[in-house]
Design a protein around this ligand. Structure first.
Ligand code: 9D3
Length: 259
């Protein structure tokens, strides 16, 4: 896979592209990552990439020309296979980025991500160049670079050969759509705080039942929005419907599960 990022701040990507899993994926030749300064494609004397909005108002608008020139140049460079890249605009108005979208993008050969720091992009970039618009969530950042890093990180870890077996992306797809249960390791008592008795019991079916219940409670308390698409048994659904709000996760399980 080839991933190009168009940005006015390519140096922001130096650390992220070089370190850890992404750095290794690059070394292994699984992914080619490049941060490209699209100011290099400005066709005017002062290398300007933005201009005042038609119709007036505050803020600057990113011009169409340098973005089209940069994307078209990158398309030609990577066009050997004849496949068109996904051209992804990082913007607050974009579709919310999800794991499903990461899986979809991980099937592509070439991604181009466009990052801006502007009040807006010339609308013709959206209309005639971009294939996807993505936001990473409902909070305001200073630009699209950190969102682009988020998308790249989540896509690259899905590429075959990037993760080891223990942390394999395949394990993700075994996931239940629920939040994870609590984990504990040694010592069994730390500052008077004990590990739940059931985990020390060696009773595998009871441990499994406790973990399932903890996952359900945690999801119920923290992310009830996930429950509608989680894989639940009829019994589990009925049990969740019977719960009061803000049930204590650990205590509730001990009261409910171990008696
Ligand atoms: C007043 C209008 N603002 C939109 C909410 C202007 C604006 C603020 C911040 C325009 C761009 C930005 C910079 N953010 C991004 O480019 C961005 C972003 C984000 O801020 N949050 C979550 N996802 C994304 S993707 C790109």
């Amino acid at each position: 896979m080839k991933i190009d990022v168009l940005t006015l701040f390519p140096e922001m990507f130096d650390g992220v592209f070089g370190a850890s899993i992404l750095g290794k994926a690059k070394e292994k030749g699984i992914v080619e990552l490049a941060a490209v300064n699209f100011r290099e494609y400005a066709n005017n004397k002062h290398n300007t990439v933005d201009d005042y909005p038609y119709g007036g108002g505050g803020g600057m608008v990113l011009k169409a020309e340098p973005v089209f020139a940069a994307v078209e140049d990158l398309m030609q460079e990577a066009a050997e296979g004849g496949r068109k890249p996904r051209v992804i605009l990082m913007c607050p108005q974009g579709e919310p980025f999800t794991q499903k979208k990461a899986e979809e993008l991980s099937q592509e050969e070439h991604l181009v991500l466009i990052c801006g720091h502007y009040e807006g992009y010339d609308e013709r970039i959206r209309q005639y160049l971009v294939t996807d618009e993505l936001s990473i969530g409902d909070y305001v950042l200073t630009g699209g670079e950190i969102p682009a890093m988020t998308v790249i990180d989540s896509v690259v870890r899905l590429l075959p050969g990037v993760l080891g077996n223990e942390t394999s992306a395949v394990t993700d797809s075994y996931s239940t759509g629920l939040l994870e249960y609590p984990h504990y390791t040694r010592p069994a008592v730390f500052r008077d705080w004990e590990v739940p008795e059931v985990l020390l019991s060696g009773h595998h079916s009871r441990i499994e039942a406790w973990r399932r219940e903890q996952s359900l409670l945690r999801t119920f308390n923290r992310r009830p929005d996930l429950l509608s698409s989680a894989e639940l048994t009829e019994k589990e659904r009925k049990w969740l419907e019977s719960l009061p709000l803000q049930l204590e996760e650990e205590g509730a399980a001990q009261d409910d599960g171990n008696k």
